[in-house]
Design a binder for this molecule. Structure first.
Ligand SMILES: Nc1ncnc2c1ncn2[C@@H]1O[C@H](COP(=O)(O)OP(=O)(O)OP(=O)(O)O)[C@@H](O)[C@H]1O
Length: 424
């Protein structure tokens, strides 16, 4: 089992291995198992995504890992320890669990929700309090603002963040996530995905994540298990391998059309040049802003709010029309990306804001730079070019093989039924 470190206020346990061996679930009254004989090894600190069509058994597989559903056959080992027969309540205190629509208790405050498992584990109250603050900070919510709110006073995305904070509160080595971002709008969903990637870079938990969204799987997963009925594994590999080399028609069908464009999901904003852009503060005097615009050499500046977050794009003409106040001038920033966002997110943001660039933000949404549309287009071209080259090579290989086969057949060197391999 992983060490939980010292007994200080902020213990850090990293991920543990998960081994599923012949795991099977037969629901009473069904003539065939919902999950049939699944074996899988997940490394410590790895993020593994289970994807597959509705009803294929993803959730059942996931819930057997923390024994919310009792397996009818097979074994589960976590950190090398067989937990198949362990007290399920004890087991669940060592495994974080986050679900769609956050699963928060409505009559408890945010702080009480997050404190739930640490309290059950009888942590001293000062440590619980510190932990709640730390967790809220970790998921990008200001503790002062959110600690005492009730779930109904939060947006869907904020609820989901609290759900993740709660799942991580007792510092479990393993985190199970069942379509955690399934119920939020696409932009919030992208941001939550980015945050999970950032968190995981800090925390190194072992994460098993269920989704039926293949794009989400590509973005988040170190490896993806594509499942068919009864959780039979069609392919278990890295996103790159599944996109470029799907094991069979079922997997290609699941990967879907536009595999080249989907590769945009594999490149992150951090992988392309992020450049500086002229900025001004929302409280700066108008004449200073004008001077900044003149000296900037661009015909636009980015206005940051009091906390340094992108707020508005402001053009030269806007200042003239502003008549002394910025309130009605400029165009609000609708979408931003973090360094963990994919190029696809960035392209979408550029298209949403229609300014030719997107602002890149860091912790708590603070401005860090921009990525412009040319940079994005260059990367798209490079990706597509690489795909074309690969396709051309594959085609050339195929033609060579066929030519050799035709040649061999013409020579009549093969008895009937022989598939005609090329002769050396
Ligand atoms: N409690 C239950 N009793 C009987 N059958 C069940 C039960 N829960 C799930 N099933 C069946 O087991 C199969 C797998 O269900 P499961 O929820 O694991 O699938 P899933 O892949 O997570 O689906 P979805 O993507 O739609 O959530 C389905 O055929 C479902 O109808």
């Amino acid at each position: 089992m992983p060490e939980s470190g010292t007994t200080e206020a902020a213990p850090r346990s990293v991920g543990a291995t998960i081994e599923l061996e012949g795991l099977t679930k037969r629901y009473p009254g069904s003539d065939r198992p919902a999950v049939d004989n699944v074996s899988m090894e997940i490394a410590a600190g790895e993020t593994v995504i289970l994807v597959g069509p509705s009803g294929c058994g993803k959730s059942t597989t996931l819930k057997m890992i923390n024994r919310l559903i009792e397996p009818t056959g097979g074994r589960i080992r976590i950190g090398g320890e067989d937990v198949t027969d362990m007290d399920p309540v004890k087991l669940r205190r060592t495994i974080g669990y986050a679900i769609q629509a956050s699963g928060l208790f409505p009559h408890m405050t945010v702080a009480q929700n997050i404190a739930l498992v640490p309290k059950m584990l009888r942590w001293p109250s000062a440590r619980v309090r510190d932990r709640v603050e730390e967790m809220l900070d970790l998921v990008g919510l200001d503790p002062g603002e959110f600690r005492d709110r009730y779930p109904r006073q939060l947006s869907g995305g904020q609820q989901q963040r609290v759900g993740v904070a709660r799942a991580l509160a007792a510092d479990p080595p393993v985190l199970l996530m069942d379509e955690p971002f399934g119920a939020v709008d696409p932009i919030t969903r992208d941001h939550l995905q980015d945050e999970l990637i950032r968190l995981q870079r800090e925390l190194h938990k072992t994460i098993v994540f269920v989704t039926h969204d293949f794009d989400e799987a590509i973005k988040i997963g170190d490896r993806i298990a594509v499942l068919r009925e009864q959780s039979h594994i069609a392919q278990f590999d890295t996103p790159e391998a599944i996109l470029t080399n799907p094991a069979d028609d079922f997997v290609s069908g699941f990967v879907g059309a536009g595999a080249a464009l989907k590769r945009l999901n594999l490149t992150r904003v951090r992988d392309v040049p992020i450049t500086d852009y002229p900025t001004v503060g929302v409280d700066d005097p108008l004449d200073e802003i004008s001077a900044r615009l003149r000296s900037a050499g661009t015909d636009e500046v980015l206005v940051l709010d009091k906390r340094g977050r992108p707020y508005k794009w402001l053009r030269r003409g806007d200042i003239v029309r502003a008549q002394g106040s910025l309130a009605r001038a400029g165009v609000l920033v609708h979408d931003t990306v973090t360094r963990d966002a994919t190029l696809r997110d960035a392209l979408e943001a550029v298209l949403t804001d229609n300014t030719g660039r997107v602002a890149v933000t860091g912790r708590r949404g603070a401005y860090e730079g921009v990525v412009d549309v040319e940079t994005l287009m260059n990367s798209v071209h490079e990706l597509l070019e690489a795909d074309r080259l690969e396709a051309r090579e594959a085609q050339a290989g195929l033609e060579e093989q066929r030519a050799a086969q035709t040649h061999a057949e013409q020579e009549g060197a093969h008895p009937p039924g022989d598939r005609g391999e090329a002769q050396a």
